[in-house]
Design a protein around this ligand. Structure first.
Ligand SMILES: Nc1ncnc2c1ncn2[C@@H]1O[C@H](COP(=O)(O)OP(=O)(O)O)[C@@H](O)[C@H]1O
Ligand SMILES: [Mg+2]
Length: 377
């Protein structure tokens, strides 16, 4: 086990792409860190630099108390698990697990002990003699994990290891990886573009945007206090509603209110200023009939468009504004004028219904309209 520390680590690829921009962070011994962000944000590059598969352009990477900038991948005491498994097709599962250890000159009986222990943990003991092509995707992924485990490394590095699996298996393997990591206690850095996978696995999330860290924190803190509109819209599904508002005469007013043809918002007043982006999670709306809006609360009148049941609950898509009398009188062509609201599974809304909701002041997020950064309240 080991700590991993990154100090102002950068990567500029030949050709000038700055894939990672001065990333600094400390990973604790035994911690499960998930690097999450959209495709191209630099996750794999950062992970590969920790692994030593990619040279760093500047900065320092330490594993334990050792600076590893100039240390070969093979000597960094880490094990990497890839999306495509990278198994040797001509070798049995046993030999796939044993291969790396043999190369390192580990004694035969020690190899046998480690392979059998990994096979027991991963429940792959029954097919140690099979070749990878005779295994299902989930079994192959387990063998790939087994190959990392037998190394008994200081850290595991995972690059989207579950991306090739179907949805059901992905959820199952996600739980297994978490259980395994907790029982082995091995420091882990896990890369994914899947926000749900990130939330469920991480001790701490690192949200990357364009090669830079947008926010670091435990999943619930990041979900509850997103540092920016980028994080707010990336973490959580359906995404947080982001509604541009202006402050006029000491009252927050929806930007599209005029177009909406009727007052539909009395929101929090953050003082003078030109305005801000108001954020509300879909689950934080309650029917106005149950909870009339008090001072600082948001009250919103909407016209429903689509009801999307997902089983345990449903999501109501609606446009802001209550004037549904004439077609096209409500706001269109602006994503800001639309909201998604979580409603009970039993809800049976039809398109065109006019409904009022409240979101209490403590559930409202405010972001700077220009920078997108969270405004502390
Ligand atoms: N070998 C390379 N040469 C040049 N640019 C690269 C190379 N690998 C990745 N990139 C670029 O660096 C950025 C980050 O890529 P990557 O780390 O693979 O992102 P992610 O894993 O988050 O999808 C992208 O813009 C990508 O096109
Ligand atoms: Mg990648």
């Amino acid at each position: 086990m080991a700590t991993i520390s990154l100090e102002e680590v950068r990567k500029i690829y030949a050709g000038g792409v700055e894939a990672v921009k001065s990333v600094s962070m400390d990973i604790a011994d035994g911690e499960f860190i998930v690097l999450v962000g959209p495709s191209g944000c630099g996750k794999s590059t950062l992970l590969r630099m920790i692994a030593g598969l990619e040279e760093i352009s500047s900065g320092t990477i330490s594993i334990g108390d050792r600076v590893v900038n100039r240390i070969d991948p093979a000597d960094r005491d880490i094990a990497m698990v890839f999306q495509n498994y990278a198994l040797y097709p001509h070798m049995s599962v046993y030999n796939n697990l044993a291969y790396g250890l043999r190369n390192r000159g580990v004694p035969k009986d020690e190899i046998d002990r480690r392979v059998k222990e990994a096979a027991r943990i991963l429940e792959i003991g029954a097919f140690l003699e099979r070749k990878p092509k005779a295994l299902s995707g989930g079994q192959r992924q387990r063998v790939a994990m087994g190959r990392a485990i037998v190394r008994e490394p200081a850290a595991f590095l995972f690059d989207e290891p579950l991306s090739n699996l179907d949805a059901k298996l992905r959820v199952q393997m996600r739980v297994e990886i978490k259980r395994l990591q907790k029982s082995l206690g091995t420091t882990s850095v896990y890369v994914t573009h899947d926000q749900l996978e990130a939330m469920t696995l991480a001790d701490r999330l690192v949200v990357l945007n364009g090669g830079a860290i947008e926010q670091i924190g435990d999943p619930i803190s990041v979900y509850e206090q997103p540092a920016s509109t980028f994080v707010a819209s990336f973490i959580g599904s359906p995404a947080m509603n982001l509604i541009p508002v202006s402050v006029r005469d000491g009252r927050a007013t929806l930007d599209s209110e005029t177009a909406a043809g009727g007052s539909s918002l009395s929101g929090p007043d953050l003082g003078n200023g030109t305005g801000y982006t108001l954020g509300v999670r879909p689950e934080h709306f309650v029917p106005a009939s149950e909870r009339p809006a008090g001072p600082g609360d948001l009250s919103l009148t909407v016209t429903t468009t689509v009801l999307e049941p997902v089983g345990a609950e449903s999501y109501l898509y609606a446009s802001i504004g209550g004037d549904s009398g004439a077609t096209g009188a409500t706001v269109t062509n602006s994503s800001a004028a639309h909201v998604v609201i979580r409603v009970p599974a039993a809800a049976r809304h039809q398109p065109g219904e006019v409904l009022s909701f409240t979101a209490t002041a403590d559930r409202l997020h405010a972001f700077d309209k220009t920078t997108g950064k969270r405004i502390p309240r």
